[in-house]
Design a protein around this ligand. Sequence first.
Ligand code: 5GP
Ligand code: MG
Ligand code: MG
Length: 189
Amino acid sequence: MALDNHIESILWTEEQISQRVSELASQITEDFKSAPSSSAPVIVGVATGAFLFLADLVRKINLPITVDFVRAESYGSGTESNGAPRISFDLKNDIQGKHVILVEDIVDTGNTLSCLIAHLKSKGASSISVCTLLDKPARRKVNFELVGKGKFYRGFECQDYFVVGYGLDFAELYRNLPYVGVLKPEMYQ
Ligand code: 5GP
Ligand code: MG
Ligand code: MG
């Protein structure tokens, strides 16, 4: 079956995402443009879900940024978080004294983000901002705190659906959809 046929409905189209990513990138550029090049932000993508968002976002940020990755694993192959996440892949670069912007696909319970913020804070980042494509505030269990003058950027507020596409998976599938949507119920079986 073609990939499109697995999807029940599209929540955000490729065009809507692209437009919103441009707005977020402009906001980030504006907020950090007065900093000297030596303290330009480090954009940290949270693998794997943020890979498309990160790729599109950084190409629209008009600053001399650097890019790095972390991986935090809390999900099995299901749709529910299975406890406190574990950092299974760490940064390559030193972030001591740097402004970090953590790029996430979605903030759900907040567990992953609070764990990652604590981790990056312990490495001496001077500020930690978060830029997430999607936010599900209704499901928040853990409140995360930004560090220093860090800001919270978000693309869209998401209702309590399990969504896939544009980096977000179900059992590692659907990351390559260019839009964000909801799966047909039979695809979970
Ligand atoms: P949290 O730790 O905030 O509960 O969850 C964060 C991670 O859970 C996200 O980075 C993402 O990988 C996964 N997640 C949460 N909600 C969804 C969703 O609706 N769809 C998908 N595909 N993953 C989700
Ligand atoms: Mg994620
Ligand atoms: Mg996942």
